[in-house]
Design a protein around this ligand. Structure first.
Ligand code: NAD
Length: 467
């Protein structure tokens, strides 16, 4: 395992917590367990660094491009460490790193510009964009580097500085990434803090923070918003999803099965915008169930560092327990595990890829977010029934419609209550598009220019026209 380069995080007076390898369930390293009272100094240093960082946009872009190069160059150190602590196959760790570098480059090139407002009056009104100050980012364990970059790339490009806290389940690769990036930036522009709660709660409510950008579960998102209310900091929340995929009666089941399977099972289903429920026309129900089950039977499950592994373990013990519990309840409710339905008899947090049929629609695996390799498939009689069911939860992240007639599929997609609707795909995102959940799936917008503006405030200058 590569050594962790020294970060610019403050000294920790020695307290550390252990990090487990989800492929074995055993401890393999430690990370600093920073105390909440260390945050005052960290945030103050971020505020001081902001003064220089916000002042020179061309220098900022150059530094962010250099940081992107440095991230790519560190890929062979970062990727195995990420796989070791998170569990995902090595190729997916490399993909996260590539995405982080691409995001830095994308936002480094964005210019918010200025806008002149003319309304016929003899005044000149100009809207300029200004940074906010130190931004706090709190991220989960499913895509540690990709989600960290989704926070720091737009925030830093906008001229803010950032204090970022990864999940205590996956602190190591993020610390390494922070060191790699910080070497290309002025000191204290990006600071990674690691530790257990209440570190995140204290960061979200810190009076020196002007924007809290959080990705994680809905209950924690609520707590973060409450904490940020103390200082009335801006809040961006990217929360859970329970995306439905509706298959239309003209779908080519074999033609889409592979893509649909991976839209549900990638990263062991631990994806906010994974397909978490499939609605299939009753006429095609058995065929859809079998096509997905066949892939679940043959997918290669193994440690992320084992060559050939396509699915790793779940990322941590509490998540394995949630998936086991949710599936057991579905089976008790009358669902049938066509394949899987149990954990694997091996060390670590492995759960068998599972396809559930005959699931009652009120079962928790349908109404809540399972966040694991378990996919319920539900039959429908009428399209209205399927759309109503897809829209029936409190979530509103994404959704998809699958069929051969693309115009018809798009008309159905238009009826989905969510932030992003895909046709014959799911969870494909461009860096340039907005990403925003509705209902309980989120507040605010990430991605594209919208993500940049989410880290800026309008500053308006209003003066009379020259006579
Ligand atoms: P979580 O809410 O338990 O934790 C997220 C982060 O918040 C972690 O860093 C955690 O340490 C921290 N945290 C915990 N308690 C806190 C508190 N009181 N105040 C401040 N921070 C606190 O989520 P998780 O289990 O790590 O991640 C899985 C969840 O994330 C799922 O619900 C998933 O859908 C969601 N997610 C959403 C998106 C999105 O873009 N919408 C992306 C990825 C994951």
């Amino acid at each position: 395992m590569p050594a962790i380069p020294p970060g610019r995080a403050p000294a920790t007076r020695g307290e550390r917590f252990t990090v487990l390898d989800p492929a074995t369930g055993e401890a393999f390293d430690e990370a600093p367990d920073q105390r909440p009272d260390e945050l005052d100094a960290v945030v103050e240093r971020a505020r001081e660094a902001w003064i220089g960082w916000r002042a020179d946009p061309p220098a900022r872009s150059k530094a962010l491009l250099a940081a992107a190069d440095a991230v790519e160059a560190a890929g062979s150190d970062l990727a195995p460490l990420l796989t070791r602590e998170q569990g995902k196959p090595l190729a997916e760790s490399y993909a996260e790193i590539a995405r982080a570098a691409a995001r830095l480059r994308y936002f480094a090139a964005l210019d918010p510009g200025t806008e002149k407002i003319t309304d016929g009056r003899p005044v000149r009104t100009e809207v300029r964009w200004r940074s906010l100050g130190p931004v706090a980012a709190i991220v989960p364990w499913n895509f540690p580097l990709q989600l960290a970059s989704a926070k720091f790339a737009p925030a830093l490009a906008a001229g803010n500085t950032m204090v970022l806290k990864p999940s205590p389940f996956t602190p190591l690769a993020t610390r390494m990434l922070g060191s790699v990036i910080s070497a290309a930036l002025p000191e204290n522009v990006l600071t990674i803090v690691t530790g257990r709660e209440p570190l995140g709660a204290r960061l979200a409510s810190h009076s020196g923070i002007r924007h809290v950008t959080f990705t994680g579960s809905i209950p924690t998102g609520r707590a973060v918003a409450e904490g940020a209310a103390a200082s009335l900091a801006r809040v961006t929340l990217e929360l859970g999803g329970n995306d439905a995929a509706i298959l239309l009666d003209d779908v080519d089941v074999e033609g889409v099965a592979e893509r649909l399977f991976w839209a549900a099972f990638r990263n062991c289903g631990q994806v906010c915008m994974a397909v978490k429920r499939v609605y299939a026309p009753a006429r095609l129900y058995s065929q859809v169930v079998e096509a997905l089950a066949e892939r679940a039977r043959t997918v290669v499950v193994g440690a992320g560092l084992e060559p050939g592994s396509q699915l790793g373990p779940l990322s941590n013990a509490p998540q394995l327990a949630r998936v086991e519990d949710c599936t057991a309840q579905a089976l008790a409710d009358g669902a049938r595990a066509v394949v899987g339905g149990h954990r694997l008899e091996r060390p670590g947090y492995f759960y068998a890829p599972t396809v559930l049929a005959d699931v009652p629609s009120a079962s928790r695996v349908v109404t809540q977010e399972q966040f694991g390799p378990v996919l319920p498939v539900l039959p429908y009689e009428s399209l209205d029934e399927a759309v109503t069911a897809a829209n029936s939860t409190g979530f509103g992240l994404g959704g998809s419609v699958w069929g051969t007639d693309l115009d018809r599929a798009e008309a159905v997609a238009d009826r989905l209550e969510c932030g992003t609707a895909w046709i014959n795909h799911h969870a494909e995102l461009s860096l340039a598009q907005p990403f925003a959940g509705i209902k309980e799936s989120g507040v605010g917008v990430a991605g594209g220019p919208w993500g940049l503006y989410g880290n800026l405030r309008p500053f308006v200058v209003h003066r009379p026209e020259e006579a």
